[in-house]
Write a protein that binds this ligand. Structure first.
Ligand SMILES: Nc1ncnc2c1ncn2[C@@H]1O[C@H](COP(=O)(O)OP(=O)(O)OP(=O)(O)O)[C@@H](O)[C@H]1O
Ligand SMILES: [Mg+2]
Length: 293
């Protein structure tokens, strides 16, 4: 593993299932790889992860193998447990969730944190797909993240209620709430609840809004080609790219070529990440320690 590298960690989290965490994680990993970054996607949905299915991969190793290797030897090289997704010479790495539910049960959250630290040293970006639970694993991953995408959809009142509780809990437990990005998926799906009403309720505007596009989403799952790579034009693919552009402070021209970069933006992200790392080390501020400490 290359020394001295320190990647950006972007985590997808929600308080409801089936809001698009996995689709967004995969597309973000794909788009970052497309524009030239070295990327690893970690499927931290340890019981029912399906990123490998969405990409039609058949990995030899998974998170349980990397976990065991690290337990046996803290210096273990976990790169050998990664699988490469490749589409037309664009590729990124993936560490899939355990195949076996009984193995998932034995995964130690702190050990996953150590795996993420190793990935962070090796890759420019580590994208983490999680579950909709305030579990100790998720809190460790959120604490480590540079950016947490809190993903929601506006469908039923209970979903919105849980979003509000989740968001308020994260805000109240961590001083570093700046890293939270509230993102709405499937915005124009048929619902009687208005987006503005939801924003008023949550006390925050959505950072980004992705359209509902059943055809594009299901086509990408069927073909196992992420929307941003397939070349098929859709509003959802454009919106996914826009989200990546926001996160990387880059812009695109009409043909999808990258235009700008802003080193200061990255420096800020690194500074924030270093700060939250220091907070964790000194035992203060983290979501994990506040909930489970
Ligand atoms: N913008 C969208 N438009 C239409 N369908 C979408 C959109 N985003 C996601 N979907 C669909 O919603 C379903 C759930 O997506 P996904 O598996 O990514 O959610 P998730 O949050 O990871 O779910 P889980 O909590 O079960 O892991 C999928 O069938 C996907 O195709
Ligand atoms: Mg998922």
């Amino acid at each position: 593993m290359a020394d001295g590298r320190s990647g950006v960690i972007i985590t997808y989290f929600s308080t409801a299932s089936a809001v698009g965490k996995t689709i967004l994680s995969i597309n973000m990993a794909s788009e970052l790889a497309r524009i030239g970054y070295d990327v690893c996607l970690l499927d931290a949905d340890i019981q029912f992860g399906d990123a490998e299915d969405y990409l039609a991969l058949n990995p030899t190793y998974d998170l349980a193998d990397a976990h065991q290797a690290l337990k046996d030897d803290p210096e273990a090289n976990i790169e050998q447990y990664l699988t490469i997704y490749n589409y037309r010479s664009i590729n990124f790495h993936i560490l899939p969730s355990p195949k076996d539910l009984t193995l998932a049960y034995n995964i130690e959250p702190e050990m996953v944190g150590k795996i993420v630290e190793k990935l962070q040293r090796r890759f420019d970006f580590v994208i983490i797909d999680t579950t909709s639970m305030f579990s100790s694993l998720n809190m460790i991953l959120l604490d480590m993240s540079t950016i947490v995408t809190f993903l929601g959809i506006v469908d039923f009142i209970p979903t919105i209620k849980n979003m509000k509780i989740g968001l308020e809990t994260l805000r109240s437990l961590n001083s570093d709430e700046n890293k939270l990005r509230l993102v709405l998926n499937r915005s124009d799906s048929k619902t009687k609840i208005g987006r503005r009403d939801v924003e008023n309720l949550l006390g925050e505007s959505f950072y980004h809004i992705l359209p509902n596009d059943y055809k594009a989403a299901s086509q990408s799952i069927k073909t196992a080609v992420p929307l941003v790579l397939s070349g098929a034009k859709s509003d959802l693919a454009t919106s996914l790219r826009e989200l990546v552009a926001l996160y990387t402070n880059r812009s695109y021209d009409d043909s999808g070529n990258v235009n700008d970069s802003d080193d200061e933006y990255y420096e800020d992200m690194y500074r924030n990440r270093q700060q939250s790392h220091n907070d964790r080390s000194s035992g203060g501020g983290g979501w994990f320690s506040k909930l489970f400490g």
